[in-house]
Design a protein around this ligand. Sequence first.
Ligand code: NDP
Length: 301
Amino acid sequence: MTARIIDGKAFAETLRGRVAQEVTRLKDGLGVTPGLAVVLVGDDPASHVYVRNKHKATVEAGMQSFEHRLAEDTTEQELMGLIDQLNADPEVHGILVQLPLPDHLDSDLVINAIDPSKDVDGFHISNVGLLGTGQKSMVPCTPLGCLLMLRDVHDSLSGLNAVVIGRSNIVGKPMAQLLLGESCTVTIAHSRTKDLAEVVRGADIVVAAVGRPKMVPGDWIKPGATVIDVGINRIDAPEKGLREDGTVKTRLVGDVDFDSCAEVAGAITPVPGGVGPMTIACLLANTVTACCRANGFPEPE
Ligand code: NDP
């Protein structure tokens, strides 16, 4: 293996430590405690795990955590009522609505009802527009985490060729905007891209956000390139044996074939332990930023 492994877990711990220090400064010095409200509608088990982890991390950073768990059959009116209430609450600086919402609820409508200054996920149409026009915004947590790691690997990103595979609103598109903001030459690839292998071979930076296990093999990677693997895919792992109920155990893999890519890349994020831990750390950082902006305090760097 030649690549440097980018330790997202250690990176996230450092960021969370900085956030906790900032929270202490705000509490002790200025008498304000940053607060994050998380809204979960329905019974999706994965969403319940994510929300629990976010609550734990928020409390560990010394912030206030407000959890709102609503029933699957919550009406749009009820949910919008809660959003209005959170928008008006001065103790709530960040609001996150856990996606996906149940089918009968319109996520665009709900997300766009959040006060953009409290939209710590950065999904509100105003924040999308601000990011797209290079103005100060709330930046979506996963791409922000990727950018922070890329900035650590490269002294300058200016002029580098970056290929983002995936064009979702939550990862691919904002990631491309951030890289453009760093003066990279950015290509966004997707399911209709012709000869993806050749496109990726030209990249100094590859960000894979697809949701297809091990889709990117090592022979697509330019020697020395930096590979950021956003994908989280659960696959069968027969080598780990069977569970008590007789089903095959599973493991997490990314969108990148780690072993073959690590032979060629200059730096690479693992899955798990790469982008994932940075996402929650960036959510906490965004909440502190929102708190500072709401109170007219200087923002952390
Ligand atoms: P989406 O399903 O919303 O988007 C996937 C994108 O991949 C689409 O733009 C799609 O193209 C593209 N795509 C699909 N198949 C191919 C292909 N064969 N070749 C090229 N492009 C393809 O996914 P998300 O952006 O929400 O998530 C992507 C991955 O990142 C998932 O594994 C998800 O679990 C993970 N994730 C991880 C996070 C973390 O914290 N680490 C946070 C968020 C997501 P098209 O638009 O043409 O359909």
